[in-house]
Design a binder for this molecule. Structure first.
Ligand SMILES: [Zn+2]
Length: 339
């Protein structure tokens, strides 16, 4: 089985965005009546997926996508904590409907109702609802709910601990995933995302977070940002700071996906990061939608790059499937139910 650990519902029916637009408009005029929940039929959901994610799964030969709401639309900076919670619940409920319609193709990961300046522990209840009631297996955690201003404490600060306690209790990982950028210096998918991946890794490196939470797990997406390319720098920084080697310090807790959109990048990732720490991901349909004229293939068809690597089949199996079971322990239970 080939498990894609990183997919978003970027093709949701337009009613979802209409709801969000209404919600944002109502913030400017709070005397308006409450915005009506989006009405989306099962057929609309099927149509939105059949021509996109499901088609690509079939064409590319992948089986199951760990599926979450559109990351760039989380926009935790908009409105208040209540705005964020309302939007988050609508998005998560829609993911659950997708997973209910296609239990063999999708398994859910939730958005969290984060809001700038609000204690992350306040997101624990929605995480619990998604895991216990909706059958989700993880969450996306935004290290910068301000959308590019970076004014929250680092992920290793005790500020985040109440949410981590819930993650540990539920035995679910988080993908470190920012949302849209309000800062014109940082293009969302080209800079803000990659900055966040790199930033999170360095935060983990400098702290004793995993001494406090030995079973806490994070996936750093987009191939780990700049981290694999600069692996020597991070090893050297850890050494200079008298920190333990990276294997000991964080590689029991931190994993990388394969959302790197060319073969040389994947070759480097597999050469530098232990194979046990790499999870297959494509982030389709989303960040980069085009075809590479040099190969004639979609940039985000990341399975091709792994297929092309001269590594043992057992290692490929770890990347495609086995590592996912360790990082998402609830996945096996969920698959047993779906089967
Ligand atoms: Zn993503």
């Amino acid at each position: 089985m080939i498990i894609d650990c990183h997919g978003h519902y970027t093709t949701a029916p337009a009613e979802l965005q209409t709801f969000r637009d209404g919600q944002i408009a109502a913030l400017k005029n709070p005397t308006n009546a409450a915005v009506q929940q989006p009405k989306i039929s099962d057929d609309q959901i099927r149509e939105s997926l059949e021509k996109a994610q499901l088609k690509l799964q079939r064409e590319r030969g992948t089986d199951l996508t760990v599926f979450s709401p559109r990351a760039s639309a989380m926009a935790h900076h908009i409105g208040t904590e209540t705005t964020s919670l309302e939007w988050t619940r609508v998005c998560n409920d829609l993911i659950q409907r997708v997973c209910g319609l296609y239990p063999e193709n999708f398994v859910g990961v939730c958005q969290l109702p984060q809001s700038p300046g609000v204690a992350p522990g306040n997101s624990a209840a929605e995480l619990e609802r998604c895991v216990k009631d909706l059958g989700f297996i993880g969450c996306n955690l935004n290290p910068d709910p301000s959308g590019g201003l970076w004014n929250s404490p680092p992920l290793t600060d005790r500020h985040w601990y109440p949410l981590y306690e819930k993650m540990v209790e539920l035995d679910v990982p988080a993908m470190v995933h920012v949302s849209s950028s309000c800062n014109p210096n940082f293009h969302a998918t080209g800079a803000h995302y990659i900055n966040a991946d790199t930033t999170a890794f360095m935060q983990f490196l400098t702290s004793d977070l995993f001494k406090d939470f030995p079973t806490l797990r994070f996936i750093i997406p987009h191939g780990g940002g700049a981290v694999p390319f600069h692996w020597g720098r991070y090893r050297g920084l850890a050494q200079d700071m008298k920190r333990p080697p990276l294997e000991e310090l964080l590689l029991k807790n931190v994993f990388f996906d394969t959302c790197v959109y060319h073969l040389p990048g994947i070759e480097l990732l597999l050469k530098v990061v232990p194979v046990e720490n790499i999870l297959f991901g494509s982030e389709m349909v989303g960040a980069v939608r085009g075809i590479d004229p040099r190969t004639g293939q979609y940039y985000d068809d990341t399975k091709r790059y792994i297929d092309a690597l001269p590594i043992p089949a057992a290692d490929k199996n770890k990347v495609f499937e086995q590592n996912a079971y360790r990082v998402y322990p609830r996945l096996k239970q969920r698959l047993a139910k779906a089967g």
